[in-house]
Structure formats: C-alpha cells, structure tokens
Design a protein around this ligand. Sequence first.
Ligand code: 4BW
Length: 145
Amino acid sequence: MTIDTLKKSQLMSKEISDLIISHEKVAHVQLQNPLDHALLILIKSGYTAIPVLDNDYKVRGQISKNEILDSILGLERLEIERLHDITVETVMNKKIPRLKTDATFLKALTTSINHPFICIEDEKAAFVGILTRRSILALVHRYFQ
Ligand code: 4BW
C-alpha cells in the first residue's frame, strides 16, 4: 500500500465527530411553531433550511424558506395572513438524512452529495448538531493540499 492510499483510507474511515457544528450553534425551530416564527428564524439566521426538533430534542425534519412560501401560495398572490395559522409540522420535509456521531467520513461525504447538511444524533437519537457540506469539503481540500 502506498502512503497516498494509506492516507486516503485513513481519511475515509475517520469519524465525523470533530467536524460537527454543535446543537447550541444551530438555528432550529420546533414542530408546533407557526410558520411566521420559522420564517423569522430563517431570515434572521440567513440560512435556506434548518432542522425541526420536537420537545425531546429529537430531529423530526427540516424546513426551508421555499417550503414555507410554497405553502401560502394562492392563485394570484402569497397569502401572508395564513402564516400564523399553519404549523411547521404540516409543511416540513420529513425525509432528511441523519447520521450517528461515530459514522465514517466516507458515509458523510457520500450523503453530502445530495444534502447541504446532515443532522447528527447520539445513540438515544437526541440531536447533537449538524455536519455541513462546507466542513466536509474543507477537510477534503486539506487532504488534497
Ligand atoms: O450565516 C451564514 N454564515 C456563514 N458563515 N456562511 C453562510 C451563512 N449562510 C449561508 N452561508 C454559506 C455557507 O457556506 O452558504 C452556504 C449555503 O447555505 P444554506 O445551507 O443554503 O443556508 C453555506 O454552506 P454550509 O456551511 O455547508 O451549510 C449548508 C447548509 O447547512 C446551509 C443551511 O441549510 C445549514 N446550516 C449551516 N449552518 C447552520 C445551518 N442551519 C442552521 N444553523 C446553522 N448554524
């Protein structure tokens, strides 16, 4: 095995724990929040999509600006007045990628091809934080340098 191949296999089997953005720093909303609150958090944080958590701090989905706007799209206009009456739970995307803290870098890299961020959970499925495409690419970049 060459040194390059060895380095590559070490990188790919590395655990992701060092790359996780901790939950305290992740903007999020809760299932029962109304959409006007979710839109406020999305606009203030500047992110396109953020995780949705339940009362036990478990990840239940993610919500994006686009899903919110789409849900209030009337025939001729955006029905802004409906934002307060619809909950995050009814609009969120439930099919989201999740990984455990001990997942390998290769698994995270593969998942990040189709997802800008991945929710990370502990062994009891509690939310630990997120892994972003940015932090994954930064590590790949360091490896190639
Ligand atoms: O507010 C921002 N600060 C910084 N430093 N970078 C930002 C910010 N907003 C956007 N960006 C950049 C990042 O490179 O634009 C990319 C796309 O953002 P997005 O998807 O469409 O809002 C960002 O790429 P990324 O860091 O790899 O993040 C990928 C996705 O992960 C983001 C967003 O949906 C989510 N995300 C990242 N950090 C988050 C977060 N969600 C909640 N809280 C956080 N702290």
